[in-house]
Design a protein around this ligand. Sequence first.
Ligand SMILES: [Zn+2]
Length: 287
Amino acid sequence: MIKRLLLVLLASAASASAQTTAFGTNATANATAPADSAATAPATKGASKAVEEEVDNSVVITPFRSLTPPEAKTSRTFQLSKVNKLGFTETTKELQRLYSAFATQRIIDGSPAGSSKATGYLATVNYALVQDLGDNRFLAKAAWPAAGPNEALAAGADTMAVLLLDKPAKVGDTGKITGMHVGTVALLFTANYAPLTGKRFTLRREAFVECATLEDSPAGLQKFVEAVIAGAEMSATTNEQIPCKKCGGVGFTREAQKGQLLDKRIPCADCVSSGKVIISVETKFIP
Ligand SMILES: [Zn+2]
């Protein structure tokens, strides 16, 4: 899935540069095929835009650092047939909470189930488009909150990012999308914004693909429950507060002192004496 999205992001880069070559802006292409370019290149354009022909406007996007996929520390199950039964932790309220998390972790696509598990962190990205890179890809000034356990995806504030949008847009547009982080990419391009206009260089930036998540609605929950009962494998990852294992939830450990009645209390470093730790838990749903 993620590979497909990256391909969308990257493959369109290849077609963009191919187009540039096809339009004759690539000097080497002209040199290697003089007869062809003489026959096809419009003479007027070639004469009046001689300076522009020196500028390489091709865009090349290559993966630089792949994303760190969300990884749960521990897993547990949620059994639908136990919901609201005496003696079990499964409740309607808990199901609703987990479904809400599930809905925000799935992206709607053409898969048979109607959605797939998001393979990167999903974040609300606020953006202002700075440069059009072709094929709905943009360089944008963006802001997004940190996501994932231990902020695996660091927050962005006024940060340049590469966005693949769903619909055509133009430079200067501002907006908000649900973006799936697809890792860091290396973007080779010629800037056309001040103060770097005309400069050709490589930027390494976080890349996001615009996507839609499942709707968190009663109808969606109903469909979800039916899918699990029918045997679909579904899970949601949430951050849960659990008692600290190291100190047993009391916030300190004891150390016996020779010749003294009272143990020495050592503040627990694992939970910063709070007695609680937050861990990422994957909950698998079973009928
Ligand atoms: Zn502790």
